[in-house]
Design a protein around this ligand. Sequence first.
Ligand SMILES: C[S@@+](CC[C@H](N)C(=O)[O-])C[C@H]1O[C@@H](n2cnc3c(N)ncnc32)[C@H](O)[C@@H]1O
Length: 225
Amino acid sequence: MVRIPEPELMEDPTQVESYDKADFETAHSFLIRKFQDRLPQRFLPESILDLGCGPGDMSSRLYSQFPNANFTFLDGSEFMLDLCKKRIDTLVSKKRYNKINFKKELVQDFVPESTYDLVFSNSLLHHLLDPFEFWGAIQRSIHNDSFIFISDLIRPDSLNQTNQLVERYANNEPEVLKTDFYNSLLAAYRLEEVREMLEIVRLDQKLNLEPITDRHWICYSKPKL
Ligand SMILES: C[S@@+](CC[C@H](N)C(=O)[O-])C[C@H]1O[C@@H](n2cnc3c(N)ncnc32)[C@H](O)[C@@H]1O
């Protein structure tokens, strides 16, 4: 089934509010567990980048895991970034606030002042019309020992399968969220497409790519030998 791109930024107020209020507990805690399982032992990043942080559900989980790190939360949508700021505000004490940086910027324009020990991104790649803009931002943000963790949706084989996934995982959600999920599945990249991207940008030697559910893949740094 061909890919049908969706708009890059999430800026429609109804869409943003329903995404912010959605219950991602099951999916996000599962992804975070996979992230934790793949981290090298005793890995303690001093600097962390969350690309496409959205309203900050994943961001706040990362913050809780590494409360002493310097964070950059980046999103091109001001509305999303404001919600992320609100979420993080509830966790951060005032004296630590200078360690948190909220950046309203497109991923394709992002040129970090310095590299990050941990680069994380969930559910951003499928938004990009040109996926290589995403991989370019990842490459600009890492040093030799950075740990990378990326997760996103897998485009299903058919519209029929797409409808089944929406029914299975978003049946009780508001219509706007169901539509969002449907559009995101159609915009998502196939595993073989992501694999080809990794080869083209020469990250295939550095990163593992795995399907982990019927609709998600993860991509993360290979352990150092
Ligand atoms: C599906 S949400 C994921 C949010 C969050 N990472 C999560 O796991 O809940 C995708 C986010 O990426 C942002 N985004 C999409 N395209 C972008 C771009 N080109 N540059 C920066 N942010 C972008 C959207 O505004 C949205 O907030």
